[in-house]
Design a protein around this ligand. Structure first.
Ligand SMILES: [Zn+2]
Length: 63
């Protein structure tokens, strides 16, 4: 079995905030699809944008 199976995710440029579809690899690497050389702004640092389907649980309790 090849271990190089990626999953689709969404990343955001750490510099300018542009959002790209990306692949996330088991080792944690994220590769923006079609942006091998990095963002248009010149940055090649991205962070994964988590889909916010699951509600953020806050510490507040509602009576
Ligand atoms: Zn950018």
């Amino acid at each position: 079995m090849p271990e190089g199976e990626s999953v689709r995710t969404v990343v955001s440029c750490s510099s300018c905030g542009s959002v790209y579809a990306a692949e996330k690899w088991p080792d944690g690497t994220v590769q923006p699809i079609g942006k091998r050389t990095g963002c248009d702004c010149g940055s090649n640092e991205f962070h994964v944008v988590e889909e916010s389907d699951s509600a953020v649980i806050r510490d507040e309790e509602i009576d």
